[in-house]
Ligand binder design. Structure first.
Ligand code: ZN
Length: 397
């Protein structure tokens, strides 16, 4: 306000010396000027419409909630008529659109906010939920961080900002399929209205529109369950160029996690049978006469995570890269599963092979149990985020 007053004084220091013709001229010009302003304003508004539409579109996310089915039952408005349970089959004419009633639509008995677009890809039905980002988060954050108590609200706020940032960073990622995100672990687990939690809704409201950036650009906000004492470098989990903010950091906050440390014990025969079958999963097929002699673990000296396994057989040596390590050592009884983490040591004891591990998940970015631990120790959500994503900044989108 002070600045405006000062400026006004400079512009009109002596009102009494303004020449009369200027005043007259000004009086004459006012209607004309007003008309110009109205026209200019209208043109500016017209010019802004695509921008406004784009802004609205950017806050609207398309989430694939049912993928590749033969039929679905939908509750909602279609062509201004309300259906309690409309049976969608492959015989319908696609795309179909359903609008919400009272702010929700129903898909196979599950309520969601927003509207629906139902498409056919190949010979299968896909149900896509078009939902505002803040409503989407209400169905995501509880699935990611679980139930919290009021004293842990800051961890829910940190999780919200990370999940919102993830969504914006993956906007339009399945352009060819016409949606932005899957409602599964492939992106972020989204369970609609049934997942919503009053306390987490507060965390979402208090951080409305906030995302995490690095040098002004939204980041790839990776997160995982438990780091086990130290998060992983980006390249401990994936190949490619590692973002500067996804580097290993110490975490003294996740000791309460049930996954903080873990041990697997297998007898030697089972372990090597397992290894052989797992090798096939990563396209290394040993011949019948080729036997595994042993293996070496190569670790990242900073993060201590295993970044390579060198497997030696009677005829060959196979380097197994970091992104295949958890598949290679995955659970014998779970053919599709991954080992809990690649933060581990392996030792032989008698006829047993013992895997001592720490943490659960890829280990990169925010440790969710660590975020809860930091909130318990009185840290706020920005301190949590800046700890796990060093060099980043929270901004309003
Ligand atoms: Zn941790």
């Amino acid at each position: 306000m002070k600045q405006i007053n000062t400026e006004a004084k400079i512009l009109f220091p002596e009102p009494c010396i303004i020449p009369e013709e200027f005043i007259q001229c000004k009086q004459i010009q006012i209607p004309k000027m007003c008309a110009y302003y109205v026209i200019f304003g209208f043109l500016l508004f017209l010019n802004c419409i695509p921008y406004i539409q784009q802004r609205e579109r950017i806050n609207l996310f398309r989430v694939a909630i049912v993928c590749g089915v033969d039929a679905a039952v939908i509750g909602g408005f279609k062509d201004n008529k309300f259906y309690e349970g409309y049976p969608v089959t492959l015989n319908d004419v696609f795309p179909l659109y359903f609008k919400s009633k009272g702010g929700k639509v129903i898909v196979n008995g599950v309520p969601y906010r927003g509207n629906l677009e139902i498409k056919k890809f190949g010979e299968q039905i896909w149900v896509i939920n078009a939902v505002n980002i803040e409503d989407y988060l209400k169905g995501v954050v509880p699935c990611e961080i679980g139930q919290i108590t009021k004293n842990l609200l800051e961890s829910a706020k940190a999780q919200t900002v990370a999940a919102r940032t993830y969504a914006y960073a993956h906007y339009d990622q399945y352009q060819e399929l016409g949606f932005d995100l899957y409602a599964t672990i492939q992106d972020q687990v989204y369970a609609g209205i049934n997942a919503e939690d009053e306390l987490i809704n507060i965390a979402i409201k208090k951080t409305r529109g906030e995302i995490l950036t690095y040098h002004g650009r939204s980041i790839e906000a990776k997160y995982h369950s438990t780091c086990g004492g130290r998060t992983a470098d980006f390249n401990d989990a994936w190949p490619g160029i590692a973002p500067a903010y996804l580097r290993s950091v110490k975490c003294d906050y996740c000791q309460d996690s049930p996954h903080y440390t873990w041990t697997k014990v297998l007898d030697r025969n089972s372990f090597f049978q397992n290894l052989r079958s797992r090798l096939a999963k990563i396209d290394i097929n040993l011949t019948e006469k080729e036997f595994i002699k042993g293996f070496r673990l190569i670790k990242n000296p900073v993060s201590r995570h295993v970044v390579k396994v060198i497997l030696e057989t009677t005829t060959n040596e196979y380097p197994i890269e970091t992104y295949n390590v958890r598949t290679l050592l995955g659970d014998f009884n779970d053919p599709g599963g991954l080992l809990k983490s690649n933060y581990l040591t392996i030792k032989a004891k008698g006829d047993s092979i013992i895997i001592d591990g720490q943490g659960y998940g890829h280990g990169v970015g925010m440790c969710q149990f660590g975020a809860i631990g930091m909130a318990r120790k009185g840290k706020n959500y920005k301190q949590i985020l800046y700890h796990y994503y060093p060099g980043t900044k929270v901004i309003h989108k």
